[in-house]
Write a protein that binds this ligand. Structure first.
Ligand SMILES: [Cu+2]
Length: 212
């Protein structure tokens, strides 16, 4: 979907719409008003593409294994990022993904051992471990420089965005929606604030918790 978007609208960003001036804060809530952490907000132009931009998401990008869990539960990374997978446990892990955006496996590796994987395609990569079924985490590989993850208060802050008509997308692994994503058009100018109510399904029963 994101790829299609880029191809269809591959073109110039009008200079007038690309002046950087807007700040956007987004609050992610459950339908009964509780804050939702680990949601990812991405911003795309309604028409055209962002000009060739400096990626704002800077590494290192780490998905560590500690306490028989992945940390963080959701990692945000730009297309092309090299993600490091350090094992801080005394047991071995066998990390894999069957997701279309990146299929890979890191065969058994042990304590204080590290592997790296390059994520070269946008999309969500669900991670598991062949040894420990309850280990679950996600890497959201994004193709926009304007992206951020919600904190424990459900808050996302994006500074110095272009003044432009944009699509604000929200992804959360447990969102009941196609591709676990909902979106809304927003006209950015100056300071803007948006609230999204997310209808979430329950996490898998055997999940070992959402590591920070
Ligand atoms: Cu494991």
């Amino acid at each position: 979907m994101k790829q299609l978007f880029s191809v269809v609208f591959a073109g110039a960003c009008l200079v007038a719409t690309c002046a950087k001036a807007a700040d956007l804060s987004v609050d992610l809530r459950t339908t009964d008003g509780r804050p939702v952490r680990d949601g990812v907000v991405t911003i795309y132009p309604q028409t055209g593409t962002w000009p060739t931009s400096t990626p704002r998401l800077t590494g290192p990008f780490l998905m560590r294994q500690e306490g028989i869990q992945f940390h963080p539960f959701v990692l945000l990374a730009p297309v092309g990022a090299t993600v490091v997978f350090p094992n801080l446990d005394k047991v071995r892990h066998h990390v894999y993904s069957f997701s279309a955006a990146k299929r890979f496996e890191l065969k058994l590796f042990g304590h204080e051992d590290t592997r790296t994987v390059v994520f070269d395609k946008a999309g969500v990569v669900a991670l598991g471990c062949n040894i420990h079924d309850r280990m679950l985490a996600y890497i959201d590989v994004v193709d926009t420089p304007y992206a951020a993850k919600s904190d424990e208060k459900g808050r996302v802050e994006l500074k110095s965005l272009p003044d432009a008509a944009v699509i604000v997308k929200v992804w959360h692994p447990f969102l009941k929606a196609v591709l676990q994503t909902i979106s809304r058009p927003v006209s950015l100018k100056g300071a803007a604030h948006e609230v999204f109510a997310l209808d979430l399904k329950d996490p898998p029963a055997n999940m070992s918790g959402m590591g920070g």
